[in-house]
Write a protein that binds this ligand. Sequence first.
Ligand SMILES: [Zn+2]
Length: 348
Amino acid sequence: MTDYVRQFKPFSEIIGQRRAIKFLKKVMASNKIPHAYLFTGIAGVGKTTAAIALTQAINCHKPMNYEGCGKCITCRQIIHDNFIDLVLVAPEGRYIKIDQIKELNRSLQFKPVSGRYRTVIIEQAETMNREAANSFLKTLEEPPPGNIIVLKVTEPLDLLPTIVSRCQKVAFRPLPSNEIKAWLIRELHQDKKRASLTARLSEGSIGKAIQISDSDFLEHRQESLLKLMKLPELEPESAIEMALEYSGKNKKATEDSMKRDPVIFELLGLWKTWYRDLMLIRIGGTEEQLINIDFTKKLKTLSNVSKIEDFIDSFMILDNAQRELIRNPNLGLLMENTVLALKRRCRV
Ligand SMILES: [Zn+2]
């Protein structure tokens, strides 16, 4: 669940990122726009939207208060997604490869075609492999004028420090659950109960909240949590069968794994929320802090069945499995080990 819908919005309509936007405007006012920004934060909190709004503001013919006018030719091109000087670089497969960076370096040598500035947005900048990162570093050291590079990353520690130090950092924070809930009710006309659950599951990401709302995520979630609850009663053979079902059995093609890995990542994350809630109840947290609010009663009952250490261990098993998944292991084996480890650890 990481490919969120890209939608144009001016700065004034971006939700919950007042600080980041204020900073971007302040820099524009100082007339010292850096050649590279590093936008940090989880997916779906407005990083790309802000980068596009920035492109509009710095290229607009009649900007007002550091916002695009929305009417001039450049603004209209940006709004309709046909502005030629807005370039997106995204991983091809798992990585951003050296060839993509070489191609980018070449194109940056030319002046922007129609705007004053060309903006290059680098999605998941942490996926640059070493070769690509080194090649990109040279561009960052001597960037051709007229270009603004926006690197997007969840966590700056995943990037080479030499890259981080050459960029102006702007942090995009996760949104408070209440703000997302209010937005879901207002914009998507969801009822309060559904909006509340969706907001809690979205982990502060409006993009994720939209995706949950547009898919059958909530139904799948229900099913996955029920399976997790049944795990302690299953025979080991059935538990392995369940793990293999999730990992897609004998499918080994890379394409399949590209599609399946994010689904498994989500599943592991969802199960983490279950143990997180159990821990929370055990340490005396309030109902208001629960994620799986629709299972409150069940969670309260189950929280007394196992030791808190078991909940912590189970959470860590899932957290480690998520990390392993990124390193591209054997998915079948990973799920098998994870499910059996959970089964051993918990009575719930
Ligand atoms: Zn304009």
